[in-house]
Design a protein around this ligand. Structure first.
Ligand code: NAD
Length: 258
């Protein structure tokens, strides 16, 4: 991976940061993109302090001009764009019948518009150079299965599978490959926030949310880890020949087997 460049969205924290740390450790130059510019700078600074190459890019994935400018900056300052990890995301839970339209629109702006805008900008560069590239989307078990309270999230994450598969078909002649990594629950800020919210919505304790909702259907009662997710992202990026293009990789400790 040495000498290759990757842009990762939502890389100030959680799964994106774990990907940034692992890929930098494997020799990639990393554009750490996040709406949280301060957090992105901290992630990039820590990578540089450890001897890696990284820049921070402040960027809202749902803002087309900001995405295009961020991708251009990555190309200009790091010398190219060989891979994209489209990871930025949020979670908003409500029962379907009470789901506010504004929250539905916010979810789709970040997850669906964000994935579209970032992959479109990366795809254009990868095609223009003739060198192709690897596009990895952060899906979820909720790309394949559903849970109560997550209508907008499931809609968006199911949609990412479709976008990924179309890019795999259209991109292959240009050496552009696409993948979706689909984790089960990982204890990032996004999940920590959901535990009390779901306890309130479902009228159960926080411990019951963890045991009887989040980990109920796993084979071993374990959370997926950020390191496991980052390793799967690296595995997809290394598939430069495209044998696995269009695939989704589910990491859920036996919760979802498809
Ligand atoms: P997180 O909250 O720890 O980190 C998300 C990052 O995305 C933050 O740094 C945040 O600032 C950034 N972000 C939010 N909105 C943004 C925007 N509009 N533009 C740019 N950056 C933005 O969350 P996480 O758990 O690391 O989740 C990352 C991705 O993984 C999401 O797409 C999420 O749906 C997916 N995922 C998470 C889990 C899990 O259990 N944690 C499981 C499956 C899938």
């Amino acid at each position: 991976m040495t000498g290759k460049t990757v842009l990762i969205t939502g890389a100030a924290a959680g799964l994106g940061k774990a990907c940034a740390d692992l890929l930098a450790g494997e020799g990639m130059a990393v554009a750490v993109a996040d709406i949280d510019g301060k957090g992105a700078e901290e992630t990039a600074r820590a990578i540089r302090a450890g001897g890696g190459r990284a820049i921070a890019v402040t960027m809202d994935v749902s803002d087309e001009a900001a995405v295009n400018a961020g991708v251009e900056r990555c190309i200009r300052e790091l010398g190219g764009l060989d891979a994209l990890v489209s990871n930025a995301g949020v979670q908003i839970v409500h029962p379907f019948e009470d789901y506010p339209f504004a929250d539905w629109q916010k979810m789709l702006r970040i997850h669906a518009d964000g994935a579209f805008l970032c992959s479109k900008a990366a795809y254009a560069h990868m095609k223009r150079t003739g060198r192709g590239g690897q596009i990895v989307f952060m899906g979820s078990v909720h790309s394949h299965d559903v849970s109560p309270l997550k209508a907008a999230y499931c809609f968006a994450k199911h949609g990412i599978l479709g976008l990924c598969r179309v890019i795999a078909k259209e991109g292959a002649p240009h050496g552009i490959h696409a993948y979706t990594v689909c984790p089960g629950f990982v204890r990032t800020a996004l999940v920590e926030k959901q535990i009390p919210e779901q306890a309130l919505e479902l009228g159960i304790s926080e411990e019951e949310v963890v045991r009887n909702v989040m980990l109920k259907n796993t084979a071993d009662g374990k959370f997926t880890t950020a390191g496991e997710v980052a390793s799967a992202v690296a595995f997809a990026i290394k598939d430069s020949g495209g044998a696995m293009t269009g695939q989704s990789f589910i990491l859920s400790h036996g919760w979802c087997m498809k």
